[in-house]
Design a protein around this ligand. Structure first.
Ligand code: ZN
Length: 337
């Protein structure tokens, strides 16, 4: 039998009632002046004492038994634990339930993190990384593409120069992100245009061949300027490293610029930009063309032709199942004074 003394609080007033407590026959007996209480061990809870403080036994109806006899309380605690295996089982079960819920939540958070978090962090990282680093990635990508998938343009220099001058003239009239217009020949990329990190815009000979006039090409380039302005290709490259992008965002340090640059050409070719990115670039192009007083339908014209002309999977339209829907805003007659 364990006996000890303590103070009973009735849960209604702050007055302490001295009692003697005893553990007898699986019950806790409390006796004192006008006090005779008996509790089964199922009814009581023992709060572990902190430091040298008093231990507290929680009793039904808000009563509390405080005692400084920590040895006796430890014995009481042991008795309640061994006396109530079913309670511990319940406790464990509830813990298992918590664990399963926690596991489910972790999986959902991880999924959401990869689905939405990584693109969001990539966007953040793309806008905080120094421009010099972005340019490096772009230059590396271009030199790799020049080695493996692009060859020098066969377009007459005069045509290249005219297009460059027409674009430059527009960019004197309205804001354009820093860019560089480049012409290349490529069987792999077909009729295409690509915006690389740092602002290099590569236009293929096949795309120029498909255009009825330079205005159509300027319209496509306006769309690429949208990709440049929003740093889409850098975001695409950063997204490809998945959760690693969080490290980049936090430390601002890209482990290997070469790795990111090496992956970009195939990302652009096979995966392409997300639909959201294309919508952003389209919105940019529409506003840009309207400001330039260039009828936006030129963009719809050449992309429509590209859609019909497509024989392989390497076009500007790859990531757009709904080309017509996408081009609709460009067909609205534009108002230009
Ligand atoms: Zn695009």
């Amino acid at each position: 039998m364990t006996s000890f003394s303590g103070d009973l609080f009735d849960g209604r007033s702050s007055q302490a009632h001295p009692v003697s407590a005893s553990l007898d026959g699986g019950q806790l007996h409390l006796t004192g002046e006008d006090i005779a209480l008996v509790f089964s061990l199922e009814q009581i809870d023992i709060a572990p004492p902190v430091g040298a403080a008093r231990g507290v036994v929680h009793l039904p109806e808000g009563r509390e038994l405080h005692s400084i006899d920590l040895t006796a309380l430890a014995a009481l605690s042991q008795a309640t634990a061994t006396n109530r295996p079913e309670r511990w089982a319940r406790h464990l079960e509830s813990r298992l339930g918590y664990a399963l819920v926690a596991l489910l939540v972790s999986v959902l958070v991880m999924f959401a993190g990869l689905r939405w978090g990584v693109p969001a962090v990539a966007q953040l990282a793309a806008h905080t990384l120094p421009a010099g680093l972005e340019r490096n990635i772009g230059e590396e990508s271009l030199s790799l593409m020049d080695k493996f998938s692009l060859s020098p343009s066969r377009l007459p220099l005069s045509r290249q120069r005219t297009l460059t001058q027409q674009l430059a003239a527009q960019c004197r009239k309205q804001a354009c992100p820093p860019h560089q217009l480049l012409f290349r020949n490529s069987t792999l990329f077909g009729a295409n245009a690509m915006a690389l990190p740092g602002g290099a815009i590569v236009v293929t000979d096949a795309l120029v061949g498909l255009a009825l006039n330079n205005t159509e090409l300027i319209a496509v380039i306006a769309h690429e300027l949208g990709h440049v302005a929003h740093r889409h290709s850098l975001r695409l490259a950063l997204q490809s490293i998945g959760a690693g992008v969080i490290l980049v965002a936090v430390t601002g340090d890209i482990g290997s610029v070469t790795d990111l640059a090496a992956g970009l050409p195939s990302l652009l070719l096979q995966k392409g930009y997300s639909r959201d990115m294309e919508r952003e670039a389209d919105a940019y192009a529409l506003a840009w063309l309207n400001t330039a007083c260039i009828p936006p339908r030129h963009f719809a014209d050449i992309l429509g032709r590209l859609d019909k002309d497509t024989t392989d999977s390497t076009t500007l339209l790859d990531s757009h199942p709904g080309t017509h829907q996408r081009l609709e805003p460009f067909l609205v007659p534009h108002l230009c004074s």
